[in-house]
Design a protein around this ligand. Structure first.
Ligand code: ADE
Ligand code: ZN
Length: 319
């Protein structure tokens, strides 16, 4: 039995497996520039975050209808459940779909078809987190929030993702303030490729409750002390960090030192179709290649529920 866990850092578009990509391409008459699934898989050799994002956005062309988004989410939930995930807080990137002429309602209601039946069908409770693309403008983020207003009963929080360096958190101060006023929870990617200062800024300026990745906090001892003191969760993604070359090898990952420092670390899959594994695979990898002991794996699983947006009763039921 895999350890029961919550997944808190998961881009639903990053769960698009090559087989489903080809099936959706056929269903929607979209031409993919790859001969077959093997040729597509061979393209998953990334030099950095941007080289991954280029393929990630290009493959989204196959996602067109509510049914497509429902099939995508249902496939993820089935795989996650098989690896012990009991609760999933799922990112989506509406701007990447709006730019292709796919409406907000198609995305949210499509995802909701799968999320709404997930507890009964897969035993996985869910939350939806709408991310803004940080390499798009602040105005575009604000317009996206307005576009999402009819769907806010489906959306728990907001996040910030895409190309990090050169797009500091402060650029999105206004949209985070507007989202807070609407009662939305706030998280942001910071310190994946960007500097530790972006983590500090996400906390101070955007008022985030969790940091997605946060890997580079280790470069700033005062920041580490603050994250420990304030129990700010970090949603780490070890296999992603290897594939996007944030670390040279998994053995070089600072996760053991981060746990020893008292940081509230969680382990997640980020974009599992692209990075070689789902949540349980990430747990297995840090056990096998980083030497984390069973007690540390249990701590990571416990942290994942503590850091989730579940209330106390929901948390007890999910564990
Ligand atoms: N979008 C999807 N995956 C991402 C990641 N690891 N970092 C930033 N943006 C992303
Ligand atoms: Zn991510």
């Amino acid at each position: 039995m895999p350890l029961p866990k919550a997944e808190l850092h998961l881009h639903i578009e990053g769960t698009l497996e090559p087989e489903l990509a080809f099936a959706l391409a056929e269903r929607n008459g979209v031409n993919l520039p790859y001969a077959d699934t093997e040729a597509l898989r061979r393209a998953y050799d990334f030099a950095d975050l941007q080289s991954f994002l280029d393929l990630y956005y290009a493959l989204m062309a196959v996602l067109r209808t509510e049914e497509d988004f429902a099939d995508l989410a249902d496939a993820y939930l089935a795989r996650a459940a098989a690896q012990g995930v009991r609760h999933a807080e799922i990112f989506f990137d509406p701007q990447a779909h709006l730019a292709r002429g796919v409406e907000m309602g198609t995305v949210v209601e499509g995802l909701w078809r799968a999320l709404g039946e997930s507890e009964a069908k897969h035993g996985v409770s869910t939350r939806l987190i709408m991310c803004f693309l940080r390499d798009e403008s602040a105005e575009s983020a604000l317009e996206t929030l307005v576009e999402a207003k009819p769907y806010l009963h489906r959306i728990t929080g907001i996040g910030l993702d895409s190309a990090e360096v050169g797009h500091p958190p402060v650029k999105f101060r206004e949209v985070y303030e507007a989202a807070a006023a609407l009662g939305l929870r706030r998280v942001a990617h910071a310190g994946e490729e960007g500097p530790a200062a972006y983590i500090t800024e996400a906390l101070d300026v955007l008022g985030v409750e969790r940091i997605d990745h946060g890997l580079r906090c280790v470069e700033d001892p005062a920041l580490v002390a603050r994250l420990v003191r304030d129990r700010i969760p970090l949603t780490l993604c070890p296999l992603s960090n290897v594939r996007l070359r944030a670390v040279d090898t998994l053995a070089d990952h600072p996760l053991p030192a981060m746990l020893d420092a008292g940081l509230l670390c969680t382990v997640n899959s980020d974009d599992p179709a692209y990075f070689g594994g789902y949540a349980g695979d990430n747990f297995d990898a840090v056990h096998a290649q980083l030497g984390l002991k069973q007690e540390q794996l249990r701590e990571l699983a416990r942290n994942s529920f503590v850091a989730s947006f579940l209330d106390d009763d929901e948390e007890r039921r999910a564990r």
